[in-house]
Design a protein around this ligand. Structure first.
Ligand code: HGY
Ligand code: MN
Ligand code: MN
Length: 395
């Protein structure tokens, strides 16, 4: 089956007729539909599928059951996200295996195609949830305490997907991950060639800012008598934007919840999530400190309260130079670039698995949006590159 056909099939799953975007939260109906599509493709290729206690999958090509070369990515998405972020890596892996088989290549070690769950953390708030639990960096106990915005616990979502929550924990799948190579659509504007190789992933984190105030009447409360948490939040968002610009970093408040969320009442509480990222750890830490300091000072002026809670922090990932340079060599000098986006590859690299990433050019750089796009020729170049890399690593 050609990449084009595979892509047309997979990218039809869960596409919104209104926005053209995808909302595939972990273990949600559309994410499960995409997962079952992947399993059908693996069965059609006679790949033997292994799964772990949280639903991560690796489909194997090759006789032995020893360590091998794993590729793949994720099938979940952010809320109203694009078609490419995640699925491009899974579909390209299927097409690359088809290509290697068609030319008669016999892998010396098994080749596995992975699909790792809830990479975006868009449902349960924890990025790379599946790979973090698999790698043992997030305990089963902490993971199972997570709930989605509707109050559904992770354990209930797993049961709904036919997965026994008792199995959640460090994954046996990693024992067979000799090396890992993730192909991913580029999510910035840095790649001007069809395919690039990742040097590093920026350190990044998610921080919950809880602003407490005093509920009151919107019409009868004098401005000077208010303790309005929305005001403190608004000034914090402006401060975050300014501090990030000064530091050459990234700061985003993309999610907010207001209580009681009434039109004619001063709120009692505003909760806002800061996504902060920077090229190095020191810059990230000083960015967060600067934002928190200004938010605290503003809260004092407004007579409101502030609590900042780190929800997830991901350290910088420098991919091993040996793997990176080996891919550059196989690809005749492909460009090397960092990324500000987190990936399962970062978790596996931190877990000590020799890891690399391939990027496919994104002409606009837009991502986490229905407008996310990659040219078909560049996607096909990505499949060729992945096939060449897998062939080299699985000799
Ligand atoms: O948010 C990220 O960095 C990635 O897309 N999960
Ligand atoms: Mn993403
Ligand atoms: Mn991704």
């Amino acid at each position: 089956m050609s990449f084009e056909t595979l892509w047309a099939d997979e990218s039809a799953i869960g596409r919104s007729p209104d926005t053209g975007g995808y909302t595939r939260g972990g273990w949600s109906p559309t994410e499960r539909e995409a997962t079952h599509w992947f399993l059908d493709q693996c069965a059609a290729r006679g790949l033997s599928v292994e799964s772990d206690g949280i639903g991560n999958l690796i489909a194997w090509w090759g006789a032995s059951d020893g360590p091998g070369v794993v590729t793949g990515s994720h099938l979940d998405s952010v809320i109203d996200g694009g078609a490419f972020d995640g699925p491009l890596g899974v579909v390209s892996a299927l097409a690359a295996v088809d290509q290697l088989r068609a030319e008669g290549f016999e892998p010396g070690v098994p080749i596995g195609i992975g699909a790792f769950v809830e990479e975006e953390g868009s449902r349960f708030g924890m990025p790379c949830l599946g790979s973090r639990v698999a790698a043992g960096v997030l305990s089963a106990e902490k993971a199972l305490q997570l709930t989605d915005r509707g109050g559904v616990r992770l354990s209930e979502a797993l049961e709904g997907a036919g997965i026994d929550p008792a199995g959640v924990g460090p994954s046996p799948l990693l024992k067979r991950m000799g090396t890992f190579v993730e192909l991913h659509v580029e999510q910035g504007r840095g790649l001007t060639a069809p395919v690039g190789v990742a040097s590093s992933i920026w350190p990044h984190g998610r921080f919950r800012f809880t602003f407490g105030g005093e509920a009151n009447h919107a019409g009868t409360t004098l401005m000077e008598d208010r303790h309005d948490p929305m005001l403190t939040y608004a000034m914090t968002a402006l401060a975050a934007n300014k501090q990030a610009r000064l530091a050459g970093a990234r700061a985003t408040f993309g999610r907010i919840s207001v209580e009681p969320n009434g039109t004619n009442a001063v709120p009692s509480q505003v909760t806002a999530w800061l996504d902060a990222r920077a090229a190095d750890t020191a810059t990230l830490e000083s960015l967060l400190a600067a934002i928190t300091k200004q938010a605290t000072e503003r809260a004092e002026r407004d007579g409101t309260t502030l609590e900042v809670t780190p929800e997830s922090v991901s350290p910088i990932v420098d991919f091993p130079a040996g793997m990176r340079d080996r891919l550059v060599n196989v690809l005749d000098g492909a460009p090397v670039l960092p990324t500000g986006a987190g990936h399962d590859a970062g978790v596996f690299s931190d877990a000590g698995i020799p890891t690399a990433m391939l990027f496919v050019r994104n002409p606009t750089g837009i991502s986490h949006s229905p407008a996310e796009y990659a040219e078909m020729d560049d996607c096909l170049a990505g499949v060729d590159a992945l096939a060449a890399v897998l062939k080299d690593l699985a000799q």
